[in-house]
Design a protein around this ligand. Structure first.
Ligand SMILES: Cc1ncc(COP(=O)(O)O)c(C=O)c1O
Length: 423
């Protein structure tokens, strides 16, 4: 076996992995057709709740997309909006959440899960995750509930369903609604039900890194007609469908998705199922190949997670078992031609923004309360979903590079000794 590429050897692989986003003439045609139509903007208010409500029955691209997405995910209503962050903000506000209220969120997620509640005046309360799934740990949920808790917001992290039976049980007993942050969960399922359709509402993102994208974009799913209508109104600066244009009923935003994004997302959605199946097959194969390498632990996929959407492929890296640090491992893996990352450097509550004065909540205490999130930030290795769109050889290369680094791990000691000797 050749030397590690990190120390001047031949990289195991020079070929690039599949590029993201995947697109072809379908997206190009959709955009060109839209440009040529001159219909760069359309009134689609009302279409989220009543798809036949569009004036003269002309469907907007946004209306067509949100209906298609909702149907595919198994949701009654889909309300498109500008971003996944906006989707969370809008749905929480539509639930009547605001100043003085608390929303329970996991700390191992993207910042918007916590800042969306803050932007409408509410307080995110962090609940630790399960280290095997990286999802909110239901065993820790009840201790996070206070008389001010207004929502529980699990994240289906990386596209793996959270433990919804346990979460719904607590939600039912306490009378606190669940909003699913399904921003990683396009096409994913819990017990054969689409992610984002299990709680009161779900939120999705179509930002550039997501499993389907128009660069940016978001969507809310719900089965509650009144909630859907209010969400749509908040996205449309507080208007009501069919009412005068300059009549505003609520304090809302302009958080609309554009027709250009709608047109692209329709095409992206057509690719989703085949891509998800490919990611799942490759992920299962890769996990088989990686199991048995000391210190490498692909995440568990519990039985209830009937379809993992694999927004990210994650494995846990135990430094003491593998024999080198995660930092050295990642550098070596990248040098071998495998793009990999360490993910979040620290849990959300350790972001500087939570140290600002006047937040009225003690965020410093979570460092001692969320030990699994702390550990996840130190131990996880992430591979982007585009790598899983490759073939078996690509998966063999990933596993081969991991094994090569493990076999050559003594080289790190020699390199360290040499660098000390030459100092
Ligand atoms: C778990 C999670 N929630 C929310 C968001 C916010 O989505 P957006 O970037 O579209 O605002 C993201 C996006 O990165 C995310 O990963």
């Amino acid at each position: 076996m050749s030397d590690l590429a990190l120390f001047g050897g031949e990289p195991l692989r020079r070929r690039p992995f599949p590029h993201w986003p995947v697109f072809d003439s379908a997206e190009e045609k959709a955009l060109v057709d839209l440009v040529r139509s001159g219909q760069w903007w359309r009134y689609s208010m009302g279409e989220a709740v009543d798809p036949t409500g569009a004036p003269e029955n002309i469907r907007s691209k946004v209306g067509e997309f949100q209906e298609m997405f909702a149907r595919r995910q198994g949701a009654r209503y889909g309300i498109a909006c500008a971003t996944g962050s906006a989707a969370i903000e809008v749905v929480l506000k539509a639930m009547g959440i605001g100043p003085g209220d608390e929303v329970i969120v996991p700390p191992y997620t993207f910042i918007a899960t916590a800042t969306a509640p803050m932007l409408i005046g509410a307080t995110p309360v962090f609940c630790d995750i399960d280290l095997e799934t990286l999802n909110l740990d239901p065993a820790r949920l009840e201790e996070a509930i206070t008389p001010r808790t207004r929502a529980i917001m699990p994240v289906h992290f990386a596209g793996l369903a959270a433990d919804m039976d346990a979460i719904l049980d607590i939600s039912g007993r306490k009378g606190i609604p669940v909003v699913e942050d399904a921003c990683h969960g396009h096409g994913g399922m819990w017990k054969d039900r689409g992610l984002g359709t299990i709680g009161l509402a779900g939120t999705f993102s179509f930002q550039a890194s997501k499993n389907m994208t128009a660069g940016e974009g978001g969507l809310i799913t719900t089965a509650d007609a009144a909630l859907a209508e209010l969400c749509e109104s908040y996205i449309w600066v507080g208007r009501k469908a069919g009412k005068p244009w300059y009549e505003h009923y609520y304090l809302g935003w302009n958080y609309r998705l554009t027709e250009f994004q709608g047109a692209i997302l329709i095409e992206q959605l057509r690719r989703l199922e085949a891509q998800t199946e490919r990611r799942r097959a490759n992920a299962a194969y890769l996990s088989e190949q990686l199991r048995g390498v000391p210190g490498i632990y692909p995440l568990q996929v519990p039985k209830y997670a009937t379809k993992h959407s694999y927004h990210i492929y994650v494995f846990r890296f135990e430094e003491s078992e593998f024999g080198i640090s995660r930092g050295d491992f990642l550098q070596a893996l990248i040098a071998e031609g495998i793009p990999a990352m360490s993910g979040y450097a620290y849990p959300l509550y350790r972001n500087p923004l939570f140290a600002a004065p006047g937040l009225g909540h003690d965020y410093a205490r979570y460092t001692d309360l969320c030990l699994n999130a702390e550990r996840a930030c130190r131990q996880m290795v992430w591979l982007e979903h585009r790598l899983l769109l490759g073939n078996r050889q690509d998966m063999d290369d990933i596993a081969g590079a991991v094994r090569k680094i493990h076999q050559r791990r003594p080289d790190f000691e020699s390199a360290a000794a040499n660098s000390v000797a030459t100092r």
